[in-house]
Design a protein around this ligand. Sequence first.
Ligand code: GLU
Length: 321
Amino acid sequence: MTATVPDAATIRNALQEAHTQFKDVADGQNASYIPYLANVPSSLFGLAVTTVDGKIFEAGDTRYEFAIESISKVFSLALVMEEMGPEDLRAKVGADPTGLPFNSVVAIELHNGKPLTPLVNAGAMATVSLVKAATPNERWQKLLTMCSRFAGRQLSLNQEVYKSEAASNFHNRAIAWLLYSYGTMYSDPIETCDVYTKQCSIGITTADLATMGATLAADGLNPVTRSRVLNSDNVPHILAEMTMEGLYTSSGDWAYEVGLPGKSGVGGGLLAVAPGVLAISSFSPPLDPVGNSVRGMQAIKYIAAKLKLNVYLNEAACVVA
Ligand code: GLU
């Protein structure tokens, strides 16, 4: 991977080229199991980069607010890791890929109730249940504050997304009760599932998402606000989780092809983090069958290759050779 931040013109060109090249890709479909998401305009397409020195670059529909969905799991993981430390969290939730879909009940059964990773629904709800709080509202406010500190602005709940998801989240409620039956749900299951549903319904823009990722790229310091959001020691653990489970059951293919820790959400958002350099974000609602944004994956793959960001690529060795 390149060790330095590419110059502004190079980043701007890569973003613009990717936007032009992939904006007309018509593959994939909006998520429809959450009714709100089925109706988000499929043509929306935004790309952004935030660098570790706090510069933001954008192309396309980067100011449209969309539902963060599963990408929020990275930030609930960060909050609980800060509160209880990485080892306690790992003992309770785990740090391995499940190899199964994000809402799998089978994965829970196969591992005696241990969710394995905070980046699938079961693990995210178990993680939310561990947030230190006296009430569900306090738990929710802490999660919203954490996401806002990553984004560098006050984020809010998209009420329409929340209503749509809360009225249809029966599968997640079942997962919450299943964890409870195994002793791996640490607060009231239904209240926890509701807080988790709220965290998934936070509205973010593509530009917000790039800055959230850049806070991880900058070892836990938000490069735009210059405020420390999390302990730098926790960042590698979070990036490792993203590598293993960030793109659902395509996480291995993503590591193979792109070589960057990432996280996607069924709202159409996708984030990739190049540690020490920058973060790339995208928003485009149509998803592949696994749940990843089709245009988003293509665009980020293009930008990452153009900027030589693959973490497994030794850029110095390439130059010498
Ligand atoms: N709120 C969604 C769910 O729980 C998030 C899924 C996702 O983005 O992967 O099903």
